[in-house]
Design a protein around this ligand. Sequence first.
Ligand SMILES: CC(C)(COP(=O)(O)OP(=O)(O)OC[C@H]1O[C@@H](n2cnc3c(N)ncnc32)[C@H](O)[C@@H]1OP(=O)(O)O)[C@@H](O)C(=O)NCCC(=O)NCCS
Length: 164
Amino acid sequence: MIRSWEKEDAPVIARYANNRNIWINLRDRFPHPYSVENANEFIANALAKEPETFFAIASLKEAIGSIGFTFGQDVHRYTAELGYWLAEPYWNQGIMSEAIQILTEYAFEIHDLNRIYAEPYATNPTSAKVLEKAGFLYEGRLKANVHKDGRVLDQFIYAKTKNT
Ligand SMILES: CC(C)(COP(=O)(O)OP(=O)(O)OC[C@H]1O[C@@H](n2cnc3c(N)ncnc32)[C@H](O)[C@@H]1OP(=O)(O)O)[C@@H](O)C(=O)NCCC(=O)NCCS
């Protein structure tokens, strides 16, 4: 299920987020190592945001991942970027493909958005697959667009528009 973050999620989410296999596919602003203080700060920011755009992916027992979107600015103000990660023990069970579909539908319904996009690194075929499964279209490859962990990487662009 997708739900609002709760302060109590911090310890478990810090434990799952403290994983190089997750960090390697995300921006450098995602901390590594990832502490409970990092989780506290992230959850406080998510809860303070109006409107709420970052959510927990949760089992009945605990939070197991994160999904959210960031509005663009200026001429991109009707566009949002999607971001997500899932705790490694839960990978390859179809969880994120479903979460992306649900959140994208919600975002288009609640907000005045024309386009939602994601930019997985070319080294992350799983994320590309997940976006395709969630109905996003491949739009292209940004060559040498990322510097991550000492390597220059290409980046894919996937997007879904309101009326397609
Ligand atoms: C990317 C991520 C969110 C995927 O979540 P998930 O719940 O495991 O994804 P799903 O189970 O819905 O789908 C995964 C698909 O990728 C496929 N896959 C797995 N490894 C793969 C690989 N190396 N190459 C290609 N496809 C792969 C799976 O087979 C599955 O497709 P299928 O259902 O057709 O078999 C998760 O791996 C993660 O958190 N990774 C680290 C953070 C990250 O990459 N975030 C996104 C940044 S853009």
